[in-house]
Design a binder for this molecule. Structure first.
Ligand code: IMP
Length: 202
């Protein structure tokens, strides 16, 4: 059976990336707004996986389609995994990333080499029309830089140094980042998981 895929996000950039990656599944891919489903969502989960599932389930209750949602953030080992699921809310939702990034670098004063390990992490949840839930998760590994660098990307990109490129995430091209990013890899994995689920159905 042919399904529609609804992605529970209001972010146009994410929708573009998602359409590019999921295009060859042969399903129409729409945002929750395009599907007319914009429920009030309280992200009170304790993990990326729980939050992704909360978002996907809330939209699925409105549409009954295949609904996908992602949740992501920066995990810094030296400070106990902060900001983690609170990445967007860290130091307050309205605080600039220039300030958030400076603060994280300050908190790592004295940390050397691998002590600076950190990663972007992304979990994607898919709720299928029958209510089953599938998850994929991926990371983009790096080190917290000594100084912010680069103007590409968004959020914490200027402080995650990617050793294999010798640059921060904000210094990568969009193509370079999409290939190795937590979200790109989790989406690719989700495409394979969905392909299998759709094959089993037919
Ligand atoms: P969300 O899952 O899109 O809501 O992302 C949560 C937060 O994690 C964002 O607001 C950013 O602070 C951070 N984040 C997630 N992915 C990235 C990334 O690729 N670059 C920089 N920051 C990110």
């Amino acid at each position: 059976m042919k399904h529609r895929i609804v992605f529970a996000t209001g972010n146009a950039g994410k929708m573009r990336e998602i359409r590019m990656i999921l295009g060859d599944l042969g399903c129409e891919v729409v945002s929750m707004k395009e599907a007319g489903a914009e429920p009030e969502i309280v992200e009170d989960g304790k993990s990326f996986a729980e939050n992704a599932e909360i978002k996907a389930r809330a939209v699925w209750k409105c549409t009954g389609d295949i609904v996908l949602a992602d949740d992501s953030g920066l995990v810094v080992d030296y400070i106990g995994g902060e900001p983690g699921i609170y990445s967007a809310r860290y130091m307050g939702e309205d605080t600039s990333y220039e300030i958030k990034n400076r603060n994280i670098i300050e908190r790592l004063a004295g940390a050397q080499g691998q002590e600076r390990s950190a990663r972007f992490q992304c979990n994607i949840a898919a709720v299928l029309p029958d209510g089953r839930v599938l998850h994929t998760e991926a990371v983009m590994e790096g080190l917290i830089a000594e100084q912010p660098a680069g103007s590409g990307g968004f959020g914490y990109d200027p402080i995650l140094y990617i050793p294999e490129f010798g640059r921060t995430s904000a210094e990568l091209t969009i193509e370079q980042k999409n290939k190795i990013s937590h979200r790109g890899k989790a989406l690719e994995a989700m495409k394979e998981v969905l392909k299998k689920a759709l094959e089993e159905e037919s």
